[in-house]
Design a binder for this molecule. Structure first.
Ligand code: GLC
Length: 760
C-alpha cells in the first residue's frame, strides 16, 4: 500500500492519497490530495526533503527515530518514537473540509502560533490565523480577539521528556483548537488548500524550534546598529522636529541609533516621495543625522495612492502590477492616501519593480524600511482588510484568490523590500521591519507586534506573545515601548523601557494625538530611569549580537520561555511574566503600577542577582524587591556574559576591549563571535570565533580558550570572576599562578591580550 516515489513515499487510501516526505529522521511531511500529485508548498517552506531510506513494512513506515502507522482506508496516521511510545494519533482526517483531529495525548502545554494575545500555554483554547489590522478592526486587543497581524500556523506539544511541532503549511485562514471544543482532541483546519503539514519530533523543545527553522529558515544576521535603541513617533512632522529629537537624545546622554519617519514625511502619503516643504534638503538632513550616529528608517506601506500623474501609480498601472476585482478591474481600496491600489507582490516581476523603487531613498541615505499596513489593511471594507475575492496572478499566469494569498501578502512585500535593498546595496545587510507576517517571514524582516495600547495589560501580555513568536521561528521582535494608542505615563514608560531593553527590537513608538513619550517627557526621575535601562541595553549589545548570530544559524530565539532550558520542570510551563534572555539571563519585569516587589521563579541551580551579586539557590520562588529603578535580573551560575562599554551609538568607538563576567558555580562555556556588524563579509568567512571554558574547583580557576576562527580583529578580553569566597590559584591554558582577590592578571591566551580580574 505504501510505495516509493521520486519525492518520497505515497499511500493510497479509499478516497485520497497521502504523500510522505522526510526532511530528516525526525521530520516528516504529510500531504493529502485527491489526485496523485504532491501539492505545492507555500513560500514559507525552504527546507529540502532528504532521500532517507525508510523501511516500509505493511502499514508501517520507519526511520531511525520515527515509526509511522498509516490507516489503509482513511489514511489516518499514528506516530511513535523508536521505542514505540505513541507521540501522535489521528482521530480523523477530513480531506473535503481540510481538517485533522488528533487525540490530545500527553501534552501538558501547547505553544507557538506566532503573535497571539493571551497566556503562553494555549491548552484549552482556540485560535485562528488571519492577518488583520487589529486596531483598525477592534478598539482594543484582548484575549477574545483571535486575528492578529501575523499568521504562523505552527504549534508545539510539550511534556517533560518529549515534544513535537506541527507546521500546517496552509496560507488560507486556519483554525486551531487545543482541547477546547472537544476534550482530549486537538484540531486544525483551513478554509481552502490542502491538509499539508510537517511533524517534527525530538525529546527537547529547543530541537523542535531548530527543526522548524530547517523547514522555514532563520533570520539573517542583522546589522548590529539596529540592536541599538530606536525612537519613533507618528509622526515627527518636519525637519526641525526630527532634528530636535536627535539633538535632545545626545544632550540628555541617551544612547540611540535609529530614528523613524512615519507617514507624514511623504507628499500626501504617496509612497516613494518625500515632502520637500516639511523636510527640505532631505538628503542633507539624513547626512547630518548620520554624522550624529543616527540611522533613518522610513515607512513604506503597500497602498499606492490612486492619482493621475503620480509616477508610482502610473508605472504600476501601465505594467498591470495591481491586484484586481472579480470583474478584472484594478481593485481600489482605501488607506492613508485615500483611494489606493495594491501591488500584486505574488509576482516576482512586481516584487522586483517595488524593490527598485527604493533606489532614491537609499541614495538619500535612508538605512532601513518599515513595511506597515500590509495585512493588507483597507479602510473601505468591514473587515478592514482587502476582500477575499480579489484576484492575484502568479508567475505562471494562474489566477489565485486573495483568500489564499492574504496571509502571505505582508511577507511577499517584505521579500520585495529585502531583495530590493540587497540588490541596490549588495554588501550591506538590509533592515526591514514588517507588521504583517506569515511563517518564514523571519528570513526577510524584523517584526513588531503592531498597535498596542499604553496599558499595563498590554505590556504584560507582550511577554507571552514574544515567547510564542520566538518558538515560532521569530527572533527579531519587539513591541511599541510605552504603548502606541492612548496616552502613556511616566511609570509605565519607565517599566516598559526596562522590558524593552531586553527585546531584540527596542523601539519607543506612539500614536498621533497622544502625548509625546520620548524618555524626557515625564520629568527627571523617569528620564533617569529610562536612561539607565537604555544604557544597560548598550552593555548587552555583544551578548545580544552573539545570540542573534546563534539564531541566524540554528533558529533559537533570544527571548525564551523558561521551559526552553528547564523542560523537566513542569512549573515552568505556565510562566508568562518572566523570560530567559539567551540561556543564562533571567529577566523579570514589573508589569503592574505601584509595585515594588514581585515573585520570581528561579529554576534549579544557583543564580546571581545581577545588581547585588548575591548568590541565590534556585528550584523555588523568591520575592524580589524592585523599586521603580530596578528591573530584576538574574544570572545563572556558570554563565560567561560579555559587557560592553556604553556608547552613544553602535560603532561610535572601535571596540578595543571587552569585559567578560564569569559567575562561579558551574563550568562555564561561551563562544564569542566578532565581525564587522554591517556587511555580508562574514559569509565569506571574515569573522572570528573564540571558545572559552572557565572552571572553578575549590578556589582554583582554570581558563581555557580556543580560537576557532581568526579573520576579524578580536578585542582585548578581560575576564571578571564573580562569586568566589576564597581564591587559591588560576590556571590558564596550563600555566599556574597563585591569585588573591583584587588581582588583575594578564595572560597571553589569545590576541591581542587577555586579562583576568578577580572581583572583590
Ligand atoms: C499603523 C502602524 C503604526 C503607525 C501608523 C501610521 O497604525 O501600526 O505603527 O504609526 O499606522 O503610519
Amino acid at each position: 500500500m505504501i510505495r516509493k516515489t521520486d519525492y518520497g513515499y505515497c499511500a493510497e487510501g479509499k478516497k485520497a492519497y497521502l504523500h510522505i516526505q522526510f526532511f530528516s529522521d525526525s521530520i516528516v511531511r504529510f500531504a493529502y490530495t485527491k489526485n496523485n500529485i504532491l501539492p505545492e508548498s507555500t513560500p514559507a517552506v525552504i527546507g529540502q526533503s532528504k532521500n532517507i531510506e525508510a523501511l516500509v513494512d505493511g502499514n508501517y513506515i520507519k526511520t531511525q527515530n520515527l515509526k509511522i502507522k498509516i490507516d489503509s482506508e482513511d489514511l489516518k496516521v499514528s506516530v511513535f518514537d523508536s521505542e514505540d511510545n505513541l507521540l501522535s494519533r489521528d482521530l480523523s482526517v477530513d480531506i473535503d473540509n481540510i481538517k485533522v483531529e488528533k487525540e490530545l495525548l500527553w501534552e501538558k502545554g501547547f505553544y507557538g502560533l506566532g503573535e497571539k494575545y493571551g497566556w503562553i500555554n494555549k491548552k484549552g483554547t482556540q485560535t485562528e490565523n488571519y492577518n488583520s489590522d487589529v486596531l483598525g478592526a477592534h478598539p482594543l486587543h484582548n484575549p477574545t480577539i483571535k486575528e492578529y497581524h501575523t499568521s504562523i500556523p505552527f504549534y508545539i506539544g510539550l511534556d517533560k521528556d518529549k515534544a513535537y511541532g506541527i507546521y500546517f503549511d496552509n496560507s488560507y485562514r486556519t483554525y486551531f483548537d487545543f482541547g477546547k471544543e472537544k476534550d482530549k482532541v486537538v484540531q486544525f483546519s483551513a478554509d481552502g488548500g490542502h491538509i499539508d503539514y510537517y511533524f517534527i519530533y525530538d525529546k527537547k523543545v529547543s530541537e523542535i524550534v531548530k527543526g522548524y527553522s530547517e523547514i522555514t529558515g532563520t533570520m539573517p544576521l542583522p546589522r548590529k546598529e539596529f540592536l541599538g535603541f530606536q525612537q519613533c513617533r507618528w509622526s515627527y512632522m518636519n525637519r526641525e522636529e526630527l532634528m530636535e529629537i536627535a539633538k535632545r537624545m545626545r544632550k540628555e546622554n541617551i544612547p540611540c541609533d535609529v530614528l523613524y519617519l512615519d507617514i507624514d514625511y511623504m507628499e500626501n502619503y504617496k509612497v516613494f516621495t518625500v515632502d520637500s516643504e516639511k523636510f527640505n534638503e532631505f538628503k542633507e538632513m539624513v547626512k547630518e543625522l548620520k554624522e550624529m550616529g543616527f540611522k533613518i528608517v522610513v515607512i513604506i506601506d503597500p497602498g499606492v495612492k490612486k492619482e493621475k500623474g503620480y509616477y508610482v501609480y502610473e508605472e504600476g498601472l501601465k505594467n498591470d502590477y495591481y491586484i484586481k476585482d472579480s470583474d478584472g478591474l484594478v481593485y481600489v481600496g482605501e488607506v492613508w492616501p485615500g483611494a489606493a491600489v495594491f501591488p500584486d507582490f505574488l509576482r516576482s516581476e512586481v516584487r522586483k519593480w517595488w524593490g527598485e523603487l527604493h533606489k532614491g531613498l537609499l541614495e538619500d541615505g535612508v538605512e532601513g524600511i518599515w513595511n506597515d499596513m500590509n495585512e493588507p489593511s483597507d479602510f473601505s471594507t468591514e473587515s478592514k482588510v482587502v476582500p477575499e475575492d480579489i484576484v492575484h496572478v502568479d508567475d505562471e499566469g494562474r489566477e489565485r484568490k486573495h483568500a489564499e494569498i492574504h496571509n502571505m501578502y505582508g511577507m511577499l512585500e517584505a521579500i520585495a523590500t529585502y531583495e530590493g535593498l540587497r540588490e541596490l546595496q549588495p554588501n550591506k545587510r538590509p533592515f526591514v521591519l514588517t507588521r504583517g507576517t506569515f511563517a518564514g517571514t523571519q528570513r526577510y524582516a524584523a517584526h513588531w507586534t503592531g498597535d498596542n495600547t499604553s496599558l499595563w495589560e498590554h505590556m504584560e501580555s507582550s511577554m507571552p506573545m514574544f515567547m510564542n513568536l520566538g518558538l515560532s521561528g521569530y527572533t527579531f521582535i519587539g513591541s511599541d515601548v510605552g504603548g502606541f494608542a492612548e496616552d502613556s505615563n511616566g511609570e509605565l514608560l519607565a517599566r516598559w523601557t526596562q522590558l524593552g531593553a531586553f527585546t531584540p527590537l527596542f523601539r519607543n513608538h506612539s500614536m498621533k494625538g497622544t502625548i509625546n513619550q520620548e524618555p524626557w517627557c515625564f520629568g527627571e526621575e523617569v528620564l533617569d530611569n529610562t536612561r539607565k535601562y537604555i544604557k544597560l541595553r548598550y552593555k548587552f549589545i555583544t551578548y545580544l549580537y552573539n545570540l542573534m548570530r546563534e539564531s541566524s544559524k540554528e533558529g533559537h530565539p533570544v527571548m525564551r520561555p523558561l521551559f526552553y532550558h528547564y523542560q523537566g520542570d513542569e512549573r515552568t510551563y505556565n510562566i508568562n511574566d518572566q523570560f530567559l534572555f539567551g540561556e543564562n539571563i533571567m529577566i523579570c519585569p514589573i508589569v503592574r503600577p505601584g509595585m515594588d516587589a514581585r515573585m520570581v521563579y528561579l529554576p534549579e541551580g544557583d543564580w546571581y542577582d545581577y545588581w547585588t551579586g548575591e548568590k541565590i539557590e534556585g528550584g523555588r520562588y523568591i520575592i524580589k524587591e524592585a523599586a521603580i529603578d530596578t528591573l530584576p535580573i538574574f544570572i545563572k551560575a556558570g554563565a560567561i556574559i560579555p559587557q560592553d562599554e556604553v556608547v552613544e551609538y553602535i560603532g561610535q568607538k572601535e571596540n578595543t576591549k571587552l569585559d567578560l563576567h564569569y559567575y562561579v558555580g558551574d563550568n562555564g562555556e561561551y563562544t564569542l563571535y566578532f565581525d564587522d556588524g554591517r556587511t555580508f563579509d562574514y559569509e565569506k568567512g571574515i569573522y572570528s570565533e573564540i571558545k572559552l571554558n572557565v572552571e572553578e574547583n575549590d578556589g582554583k580557576i582554570t581558563v581555557k580558550s580556543e580560537v576557532l576562527k581568526d579573520e576579524y580583529k578580536i578585542p582585548e578580553l578581560v575576564l571578571h570572576i564573580h562569586g568566589i569566597e576564597e581564591f587559591k590559584s588560576i590556571d590558564v591554558d596550563n600555566g599556574n599562578t597563585p591569585v588573591e582577590k583584587g588581582d588583575v592578571i594578564s595572560i597571553d591566551i589569545c590576541k591581542p591580550e587577555f586579562k583576568v580580574v578577580i572581583e572583590k
